[in-house]
Design a binder for this molecule. Structure first.
Ligand SMILES: Cc1cc2nc3c(=O)[nH]c(=O)nc-3n(C[C@H](O)[C@H](O)[C@H](O)COP(=O)(O)O)c2cc1C
Length: 270
């Protein structure tokens, strides 16, 4: 399967078949997670949680028997790193037919944090149920997908730009980067807000966060920076598949920014 078709086929799964994954399947996922590296090199400690042993659940998820999450030190760029690594695991799970849903809001956060013994100075931004998707989505899942237009994404020209923010980039103009940017466009995000904006220049692709109105940085962590980590992950995996290395830097090119927009990182094309 190409990376683009994997990015196209992954979706949040909120209705599971009620059966537990095998211990081998769960262990394989954690072992894979342990191999994942990010451009930020911040360690993440992965955790599996059995719903029957812990009593954990989410009001939007049905039929799950396990959750997956991770703990990371509360340091600069923790959110981008967490988003990048967790999405790498989510995509690996999707390849194996295992359903996931990123969850940052619809859970009893305190209960999950206690279950992983979260310490001072650590954050556990998101969790995900793990399991096989049920044959039919629950009505709640159907309504939730509708509520955030989960099956659609912003058009290319709203997300990608050439040189600066006043020149939208169409898919036809993206040339060799067309499929790579399409894979970024399809990435999941909290409330499906898709806050990433990318500027393509001759030598680099610059990543920005354009904060959604009314969705500020949280007190403990910044959910929209997790979304940017996810976008960075999709970009990196698509570039890797195209035979390019993963070459991110943080070097703000000083391009004029629209409101609510901040620079995050750059990928060096040359
Ligand atoms: C950081 C993050 C947090 C999310 N939090 C929740 C959540 O609390 N509850 C939920 O049902 N979905 C949550 N989602 C899932 C998004 O709603 C979903 O990814 C988006 O609507 C796109 O749908 P898709 O994943 O099926 O492509 C979250 C996604 C991300 C990336």
């Amino acid at each position: 399967m190409t990376f683009l078709s994997l990015a196209r086929s992954r979706r949040s799964v909120r209705t599971f078949d009620g059966k537990a994954l095998t211990a081998e399947e769960l262990q394989e996922l954690v072992s894979f997670a342990d191999t994942v590296t990010t451009p930020y090199h911040i360690p993440i400690s992965w955790c599996l949680l059995d719903t029957e042993k812990t009593g954990l659940s989410s009001p939007v998820i049905i039929g799950e028997k396990a959750y997956f999450t991770g703990k990371i030190s509360r340091v600069p760029h923790a959110e981008e790193a967490f988003g990048y690594a967790f999405e790498r695991v989510v995509l690996h799970a999707a390849e194996k037919g295992i359903g996931t849903t990123w969850i940052a809001g619809t859970m009893d956060r305190g209960a999950f944090e206690r279950a992983v013994s979260l310490k001072e100075g650590e954050i556990m931004p998101c969790v995900s149920p793990l399991g096989r998707p049920a044959a039919k989505k629950s009505l709640r899942e159907v309504m939730m997908r509708k509520g955030v237009s989960a099956d659609s994404r912003l058009p290319f020209e709203k997300l990608f730009f050439q040189g600066d923010f006043s020149h939208p980039l169409s898919q036809a103009e993206a040339g060799k980067l067309s499929d790579v940017l399409e894979a970024v466009r399809l990435a999941p995000s909290a409330c499906n807000y898709q806050p990433w904006r990318l500027i393509v220049t001759d030598s680099a692709v610059h990543f920005y966060l354009q904060r959604t109105k009314g969705f500020g940085a949280g007190r403990v962590f910044d959910t929209q920076k997790i979304d940017i980590g996810i976008a960075l992950c999709h970009f990196a995996l698509a570039m890797e598949e195209a035979g390019r290395g993963i070459r991110f830097t943080i070097a703000d090119p000083g391009i004029a920014l629209p409101e609510r927009t901040v620079y995050i990182a750059s990928y060096q094309l040359l």
